[in-house]
Design a protein around this ligand. Structure first.
Ligand code: NAD
Length: 339
């Protein structure tokens, strides 16, 4: 892969709102795991469960200024981000292929390889968390990531970049580029970019997909939704009311906006659990909650159906969205020829 800093390219000259310093430009690191420089500095990435309080609160306070959400919610976002980074740092050394036996002692094997340079484009409602959800699995799979936060919330993704750097992530592996639609468009079109992972609105998601399609690039789309809610007569009413309040008013009601198609997270409140499973199986939605709302452990895949997008974030399955499978077939006998 040719190595050239993105912002040195002529088409980027007019859209940069800052400087992207890439000493070892975007050279994805071939599947190697992040190597911490020393134990102390690696704590934020490798021991997030014990991440120091000062760092968490500093980022949470910046997120409040960045986005306007409450400090309590911002702290939860930072914790969720740490869990995600820890989870994928743990998964990184476990990535493996498959061995397939063939007749005559021959065999094939598969290798899980990185895609290359992945672009992450974030929405304004979860700035730090989205940056972590995209960068952690991308880097665990051996990719580099160029992340563009929303121009409305540019601050905390840069703090994440600083944390990665302190933890020993080599320069050029996680880059933050500031800008709006034009910058996002240039990233999607860029020939060195292998994949775009987008979180945002449905209309922008469609444009991102269209742009990526021109370069036959992989896309993950996490698009809008509006948490439809089904409450059955036999529900535990108090839980149902609490769930409805969380669904509609968490983050001032700006969790997932403006889409009323049943394809985004759906909540069902029941006591008859068999009925709950039956309804969940018949809903065309990528994420369903039974008797709860917004429970998102990092090991559980999250994503939508239909107009809420495709691809998944969190969970082991996300490895498949940030890597590609190579098959190697090994012949152990003579080559048979029909000539
Ligand atoms: P948006 O679509 O306006 O912007 C999202 C990002 O795309 C921003 O970084 C923006 O600068 C960039 N962008 C805008 N035009 C672009 C273009 N032409 N090419 C490339 N990039 C472009 O969305 P928003 O208002 O920032 O975010 C709110 C939306 O995000 C809501 O619809 C919400 O439901 C959705 N959302 C979904 C999830 C999820 O997981 N499904 C999570 C959070 C937010």
């Amino acid at each position: 892969m040719a190595q050239q800093p993105l912002l040195s390219l002529p088409e980027f000259q007019s859209v940069s709102t800052g400087t992207l310093v890439v000493k070892e430009p975007l050279n994805f690191w071939g599947g190697a795991r992040v190597k911490p420089k020393d134990t102390k500095n690696s704590e934020p990435v490798y021991e997030p469960a014990t991440a120091d309080q000062e760092c968490r609160d500093e980022i949470a306070r910046a997120e409040v200024a960045n986005n306007g959400k409450s400090i309590t919610e911002a702290q939860v976002d930072i914790d969720v981000a740490w869990q995600c980074i820890e989870y994928y740092a743990g998964i990184a050394p476990t990535l493996s292929g498959q061995h397939i036996q063939l007749p005559g002692g021959s065999f094939a094997y598969t290798r899980r390889e990185p895609l290359g340079v992945c672009v992450g484009i974030g929405a304004w409602n979860y700035p730090f968390q989205i940056a972590a959800w995209k960068s952690a699995p991308a880097m665990a799979c051996g990719n580099a990531m160029v992340f563009k936060p929303s121009p409305m919330t540019p601050v905390t993704a840069v703090m994440l970049a600083e944390i990665y750097k302190e933890a020993g992530v080599p320069d050029g592996l996680f880059n933050v580029v500031q800008g709006g639609a034009e910058t996002g468009g240039l990233l999607c079109h860029h020939p060195m970019v292998a994949k775009v992972s987008f979180t945002g609105s449905v209309p922008t998601g469609k444009k991102v997909m269209e742009m990526a399609a021109k370069g036959v690039k992989q896309v993950t789309l996490e698009l809008g939704g509006k948490s439809p809610l089904i409450i059955f007569k036999d529900c535990e009413l108090e839980n149902a009311i609490k769930g409805a309040l969380m669904a509609n008013f968490l983050t001032q009601g700006e969790v997932c906006l403006k889409k009323y198609l049943i394809s985004s997270p759906v909540l069902c409140f029941y006591r008859d659990i068999a009925r709950a499973h039956r309804v969940a199986a018949n809903l065309q939605a990528g994420t369903c909650y039974i008797n709860n709302y917004n429970v998102g452990p990092v090991e559980v895949p999250f994503g939508g159906y239909k107009m809420s997008g495709f691809g998944r974030e969190n969970g082991q399955v996300t490895i498949e969205y940030y890597s590609q499978l190579k098959t190697v077939v090994v012949e152990m006998g003579d080559v048979e020829s029909i000539f």
